[in-house]
Design a binder for this molecule. Structure first.
Ligand SMILES: [Zn+2]
Length: 281
C-alpha cells in the first residue's frame, strides 16, 4: 500500500509521519484500508516485475530457509513513507538501505557482518509492513496455496496449509529481541513451531501477529470449516470421565506426600527408629 494507492499528498503523509505514534498508525491505516478495498475486489493485484537475479533481494530470498519471506517490491522499499521510524531501529540505516536495494553482495561485502545484519534487519522490518499491504497479502496467498509454510500436523486438520505469524506486537521486541516464527492453522486455530529446522531460525518479528487474521478478513472464502472431530481419550473403548484427571492427580499427590514423610530425616527418632513406621535408621 503506497502513497499513490491511498491518494493522499506526500506533504500530508510526511507531516503525519512525524508524530510519535506514527509507526503504529501507519500499519493500522494500512490494514484497515487494504481490508476494505480487497474484500470487495474481484481481481488479484497485477504482478510486478521480479527482482533481477543479481539483486540483493533475489539473493536473500533465495537462501535456504528464506523462502518464507515475500520478495518485497523495490518501489515499496524505496518509498520513504514505508521506512518511517526504521532509521532509529536499524544501525547504519542508510548503508543498509543501499545494500537491500542494490546488487547481490560480494564476499568482501559479506565480510562486514554488522552491515549484513543491519541490512537483513531492515529488510525484515520492511517485510513486516509489506505483508499487510494489498500486494503483500496476495503474495502470502500464493505461498499459502503452494503450501510453502507447511501443513498442520494435527490428525483432524488433514493437509490444512498453514500461515506465518509472529508472537509479539511489542515495539521493543521488534527492534531488539528476536522471537520464534509461528505457523497458524486456520482450522484448529492454534499455532505451531515450524517443522523444518531451517525455518526455526527465521525471526518471527518479521511477521505480524495480525497477518493470518487479516488474511481471512480479506479472503473470507478461503477460511476452512472448523474441525468436525476431536480426539476422545479412551481406555479399552471406554471414555475417560473428565473427573478422572483431578482424581488421579490427587492420588498421585497423596502418594508423593507419604513418600516424602517416610524419607524425611526429621521423622527419625534419637533411638534410630522412625517413630511412626518403626523403620531402623
Ligand atoms: Zn490444525
Amino acid at each position: 500500500m503506497t502513497r499513490r494507492a491511498t491518494g493522499k499528498s506526500a506533504e500530508t503523509r510526511r507531516s503525519a509521519a512525524s508524530k510519535k505514534t506514527r509507526s503504529r498508525t501507519v500499519v493500522s491505516s494500512r490494514v484497515s484500508s487494504c481490508g476494505s478495498s480487497l474484500s470487495h475486489r474481484r481481481e488479484p493485484p497485477a504482478d510486478t516485475e521480479s527482482p533481477p537475479d543479481d539483486s540483493w533481494l533475489a539473493w536473500f530470498c533465495g537462501r535456504p530457509g528464506n523462502e518464507v519471506f515475500l520478495v518485497v517490491d523495490l518501489a515499496f522499499i524505496q518509498d520513504p513513507f514505508n521506512l518511517v521510524d526504521l532509521a532509529d531501529s536499524v544501525p547504519r540505516f542508510g548503508e543498509a538501505l543501499g545494500v537491500i536495494t542494490g546488487k547481490k553482495p560480494t564476499p568482501h561485502r559479506l565480510a562486514d557482518t554488522s552491515l549484513s545484519a543491519s541490512a537483513e534487519k531492515l529488510y525484515g522490518l520492511v517485510h513486516r509492513r509489506f505483508t499487510l499491504s494489498e500486494r503483500g497479502l496476495y503474495l502470502i496467498y500464493q505461498k499459502w496455496k503452494n503450501r510453502t509454510y507447511g501443513e498442520c500436523r494435527r490428525v483432524f486438520c488433514p493437509h490444512q496449509p498453514l500461515l506465518p505469524t509472529g508472537s509479539t506486537d511489542t515495539p521493543s521486541a521488534l527492534h531488539d529481541t528476536p522471537s520464534a516464527l509461528h505457523l497458524y492453522c486456520p482450522r484448529c486455530m492454534d499455532v505451531y513451531r515450524p517443522s523444518h529446522a531451517r525455518h526455526r531460525a527465521v525471526d518471527g518479528t518479521f511477521f505480524p501477529p495480525s497477518l493470518p487474521h487479516l488474511f481471512f478478513m480479506v479472503y473470507p472464502r478461503y477460511r476452512p470449516e472448523l474441525p468436525q472431530e476431536e480426539h476422545v481419550p479412551r481406555i479399552f473403548g471406554f471414555e475417560i470421565h473428565p473427573s478422572a484427571v483431578p482424581y488421579q492427580q490427587r492420588i498421585a499427590d497423596r502418594k508423593d506426600r507419604r513418600k516424602a514423610k517416610r524419607e524425611s530425616p526429621d521423622r527419625i527418632s534419637t533411638d534410630g527408629k522412625n517413630p511412626k513406621m518403626g523403620i531402623p535408621k
